[in-house]
Ligand binder design. Structure first.
Ligand SMILES: Nc1ncnc2c1ncn2[C@@H]1O[C@H](COP(=O)(O)OP(=O)(O)O)[C@@H](O)[C@H]1O
Ligand SMILES: [Mg+2]
Length: 426
């Protein structure tokens, strides 16, 4: 089969790497890809929001199946377009992807399905939001409705901060149309865990748990980023809790979406917070997470292409997912200064020494080829991923490997996976 993967980050490198191990996959194309992906796939310079351009690739390269990495093309309706032209594609249609692209919609669906989540109020205008906030106690969480590249959620401690946040989102339109409505919700505390499920619209299979590290600094300090590392599975997320999320979150949501004529096919990602009252949903994404994918897929034994085909074909119940008994850790190497300003174009060395390892894989997040060199091309540059039969072993291996990769202004968190150790008391 000829496969097209859409996207250019570490998540897409992981997906391409996994697909390359599938017997049924003959050729892989990636749009637009990066220097790491280029070692496994033919990269094509088509942007992820250029739906017509991507459709043209499907035609020209006789693509049998397409997998979509990021949220933007899903929210623009790439699945609808490809299906209209009879190109099989893995991912939800636009109206189903609204579970991610509209936080208002997601909260309303959670309300309908009685999914455990923070108490909330949807506010379509600034004054309504202000008057609602006056009736609540702080802290509160204010969320822009639409896609805001991970920046649309603001935690406010008092009236003044709430006014500022609402003013930025709703009056100054910092996130454009994404801020036309907001969700104001109760602040919850607890550990955050990601649990993803795959659905063919009816059947559901949940994947293994993982935990992201969103803040730039050790101990979860500083600014939010796209994710500085992840590990999987999460030792303190029990099988019982996983079952609870399957029954109280994934099943009712998938059933409801089918009933509403918004059949959800693809990956449904639940961002969870483990509160004293049990797991609650913070948000949904309609795709694989980044960097959670880098920490999850190396443990997957089942052929990813088979899973994609069963999802598209509606027979996911025929597939049994199996996993290696291992822990996996992904440490993101970024450019110093990220998520603010940073230098790029730095030459990266040390990658070749890791190529023969069967317990370490370096997934490229943003790299380019410049003559004979591989150079950094963004804030998050690489995801050094290692696996072992213990979490401590995987942490040690990932950090040893991370030290052998060199580029100017390299920065990484030193505590990826530590919460997994401390919560089990190991
Ligand atoms: N109700 C809440 N209580 C406490 N923290 C929250 C709440 N909602 C969101 N957060 C924090 O904000 C982060 C981002 O929120 P999320 O809903 O996941 O939106 P996005 O990923 O689109 O920015 C979460 O990972 C969590 O740390
Ligand atoms: Mg999130």
């Amino acid at each position: 089969m000829n496969i097209l993967v859409i996207g250019s980050g570490g998540r897409e490198h992981t997906i391409v790497w996994k697909l390359a191990q599938s017997k049924s996959v003959k050729r892989i194309y990636c749009a637009p890809g990066n220097a790491g992906i280029a070692e496994l796939a033919e990269c094509l310079p088509v942007k992820t929001d250029d739906l017509e351009g991507l459709l043209e690739v499907a035609r020209a390269k006789k693509i049998d199946c397409t997998l979509v990495g990021p949220e933007l093309p899903l929210s623009l309706g790439i699945v609808d377009l490809f299906e209209q032209h009879h190109y099989p594609i893995f991912g939800p249609q636009r109206r189903a992807a609204e579970l991610e692209s509209s936080k208002v919609f997601a909260k309303q669906v959670m309300g309908e399905c009685d999914v455990p989540t923070a108490h909330f109020q949807v506010c379509e205008d600034y004054f309504k939001a202000l008057s609602y906030i006056k009736s609540q106690s702080f802290p509160l969480v204010i969320k822009a409705d639409g896609l805001a590249a991970g920046k649309g959620v603001i935690i406010v401690e008092n009236q003044k901060e709430a006014e500022d946040a609402l003013s930025q989102i709703m009056k100054e339109k910092r996130f454009g149309e994404a801020g036309r409505s907001v969700v104001v919700e109760e602040f919850l505390s607890g550990e955050e865990v990601s649990l993803l499920a795959i659905s063919d619209g009816q059947h559901i299979q949940s994947l293994i748990s993982s935990q992201d590290h969103k803040k730039i600094g050790d101990g979860d300090r500083g600014l939010n980023t796209g994710g500085m590392g992840a590990y999987s599975p999460v030792p303190f997320f029990s099988e019982e809790q996983q079952g609870f999320v399957l029954n109280r979150v994934f099943r009712p949501i998938i059933n409801y979406m089918e009933k509403e004529d918004r059949v959800f096919k693809g990956v449904l990602y639940a961002g969870l917070i483990l509160t004293s009252e049990g797991p609650k949903v913070l948000e949904f994404n309609a795709r694989f997470g980044d960097p959670e994918t880098q920490a999850m897929l190396p443990a997957l034994k089942t052929d990813l292409m088979e899973i994609a085909e069963a999802t598209i074909g509606g027979h996911l119940n025929k597939i049994k997912l199996s996993w290696h008994e291992q822990s996996t850790v992904c440490v993101v190497l970024s450019s110093q200064g990220y998520p603010g300003t940073y230098r790029q174009g730095e030459v990266i060395t040390g990658l070749d020494n890791l190529k023969d390892r069967d317990d370490v894989m370096v997934f490229h997040a943003s790299t380019e080829k410049a003559e004979k060199n591989i150079i950094s091309a963004g804030g998050r540059v690489l995801g050094v991923t290692a696996w072992s039969d213990s979490l401590q072993g995987a942490i040690d291996k990932a950090y040893q490997a991370a030290q052998t990769i060199k580029f100017a202004n390299k920065y990484y968190r030193k505590d990826i996976g530590q919460k997994g150790l401390s919560f089990t008391g190991i």
